[in-house]
Ligand binder design. Structure first.
Ligand code: ADP
Ligand code: MG
Length: 377
């Protein structure tokens, strides 16, 4: 990828200078916990956006997207927003850097990536983080701290792309480290690295390629359930609740809200259990917790769907160590921790059985936990 990007850059702009990259991400465990002030456990992956970037002495940005095969120019003032979605991510990053009192000057760029778009691996966060990192390195002597780089990406989604996202994706893309997952406390934003070197196992994502459009905004309904229970328990968020508190108030909570809260409180503990297991290198326990999360998301939180439950069942039948929905649910991927020797048979079986039932194969992405935002050259 690097050579091809540099070749394209040379052809268009004459002389290369610096090349940057940032990664997509997975989340091993900790789902629907962010808005409850809980923990998530993301890591950057070996799929990235890579960009050759050089100052051009002009007051505008000239950028070519290799994958979309489109060239765009834009100025750096608020009214200069490009109309192409992909370019708005870059423009947004420039604007958010400038809004924070830092410097962006005109530059040329050519970029490409190998993160599947819209599969739940956060290609958009990788794009933002790559350019945020580049702007920091090229124009600001790396004075912007890494958390602010992540916030620049998040604000870009909010203010220029109409996506009201949390901080996890950009955080993981910026802070990602080879062979490490990062436990992020979504309330305090404290974080800690945990070793993730599953020798003898692979991490593989199966993308169901379905997305169920739901009418009555289940995401908001889940949030409301969690808030109601927290109110009843007299705590700021479910992060502060234990199962004993929940049980003590059982009579005052609807059956449905109870199940939702039970999942969230359980998930908090599961993340902590996974962290302990990772310290011991105990991947069997990690896998068990992944299955428990799936079960919780499916039966208690009720954000799964037939296709994802089916992929989870196939994983179980194939003896896969751990498997669960990754992301908000109602479609998208499962993330699977599978022994090396079972990997190929699992993929074969999953493709075949899923296609028999749903008419198309799931897409398969093997991932390795890798570095996040960086200067490559
Ligand atoms: P994801 O879950 O992958 O982040 P999004 O819809 O949030 O999905 O972001 C995908 C968008 O990010 C694409 O529509 C495109 O605008 C931009 N993007 C991601 N990867 C690339 C790429 N390699 N080249 C150009 N644009 C990209
Ligand atoms: Mg995105």
């Amino acid at each position: 990828m690097k050579e091809e990007i540099q070749k394209q850059f040379l052809a268009r702009f004459g002389k290369t200078e610096a090349i940057y990259a940032s990664s997509g991400r997975i989340n091993l465990i900790g789902e629907h916990t962010d808005y409850n002030g809980g923990f998530v456990m993301p890591g950057a992956i070996d799929k990235c956006i890579m960009a050759e970037v050089r100052t051009n002495g002009l007051d505008k940005v000239r950028v070519y997207s290799m994958d979309i095969d489109e060239y765009v120019e834009f100025g750096l003032n608020e009214e200069d927003a490009p109309k192409q979605q992909w370019a708005r991510y870059i423009f947004g990053v420039c604007r958010e850097v400038i809004k924070r009192g830092f410097v962006v000057k005109g530059f040329d760029a050519v970029f490409s990536g190998n993160i599947p778009l819209g599969a739940g691996l956060s290609s958009s966060a990788a794009l933002e983080s790559c350019f945020a990192y580049a702007m920091n390195d090229m124009f600001n002597g790396n004075k912007i701290d890494k958390f602010e780089l992540a916030r620049i990406g998040q604000s870009t989604e909010h203010n220029y792309c109409g996506v009201n996202c949390g901080i996890m994706d950009q955080f993981a893309s910026v802070f990602g480290k080879e062979n490490c997952l990062i436990r992020l406390d979504c309330r305090s934003l404290e974080y800690e690295y945990f070793p993730f070197e599953p020798k003898g196992y692979k991490l593989v994502l199966l993308d169901s390629a379905v997305k169920h459009e739901l009418v009555d905004s289940p995401y908001n309904k889940r949030r409301e359930s969690c808030e109601r229970v927290a109110n009843t328990l007299g705590v700021p968020s479910l992060r502060d609740a234990e199962m004993a508190d929940l049980n003590a108030h059982k009579g005052e909570i609807t059956e449905e809200d109870f199940k939702r809260a039970e999942y969230v409180i359980g998930e908090k503990q599961r993340v902590l259990d996974v962290c302990d297991a990772l310290k011991r290198g105990d991947y069997e326990t990690v896998g068990k917790k992944m299955y428990e999360t799936h079960e919780g998301l499916s039966k208690y939180y009720e954000v799964s769907c037939e296709e994802l439950d089916y992929l989870n069942d196939i994983a179980k039948e194939c003896g896969v160590t751990g498997s669960r929905i990754m992301g908000g649910g109602f479609g998208g991927c499962t993330i699977n921790l599978v022994k090396d020797e079972l990997h190929d048979a699992f993929i074969e079986t999953a493709k075949k059985k899923f296609a028999e039932k749903y008419g198309h194969e799931p897409k398969v992405y093997d991932v390795i936990i890798s570095d996040g935002a960086r200067r490559v050259e």
